[in-house]
Design a protein around this ligand. Structure first.
Ligand SMILES: [Fe+2]
Ligand SMILES: [Fe+2]
Length: 162
């Protein structure tokens, strides 16, 4: 598996969790609140390790091959990550402080919109770029490192690639 294939599996899992949250019926019922809170926790844990893998494992390797990478693409990527961390923190605060469900829903909407755009951007520009500049064996090695990190953080059952 290439590192980009691994990251796309994460994206698919993230999209699924966003859909579960957005279609949760009767968000004001307390039983639903418990379920929404659990999904938000799963989503934020996955998102956190996913973005960290991109920042710590993928980006440094691409930067090392800087001559072939368009600086604009990397700048966009870093700016989007900063914004996502901010929105993710906001969502976590809403959930941990048990804010009303409509406040959580608003925060979730802002987070989901930014996140979907970001994943699309990565899949359109950053991942094809990675596939272009990384030799297959290096990309596979990065995927193995990423997988180990995800399993260590989330546990085998929660990791998207399992
Ligand atoms: Fe990202
Ligand atoms: Fe991503």
């Amino acid at each position: 598996m290439l590192i980009t294939e691994f990251l796309k599996l994460d994206h698919a899992r993230i999209r699924k969790l966003l859909e579960i949250l957005e279609t949760a019926p009767g968000k004001n019922r307390s039983s639903e609140k418990v379920r929404v809170t659990a999904v938000v926790r799963e989503l934020t844990a996955l998102q956190r390790v996913h973005e960290a893998i991109e920042e710590d494992i993928l980006l440094p390797v691409l930067e090392k091959r800087g001559a072939e990478v368009e600086p604009r693409v990397l700048e966009e990527f870093e700016a989007a990550h900063k914004e996502i961390w901010k929105r993710l923190k906001d969502l976590e605060v809403c959930v941990l402080q048990e804010y009303p469900m409509n406040t959580i829903a608003r925060s979730l909407e802002a987070y989901a919109t930014g996140l979907r755009l970001h994943m699309k951007m990565e899949e359109k520009s950053l991942f094809p770029l990675a596939d272009l500049v990384l030799p297959k064996t290096e990309s596979e090695r990065l995927a193995e490192t990423a997988k180990r990190r995800e399993v260590a953080v989330l546990g085998a059952g929660m990791a998207a690639s399992q």
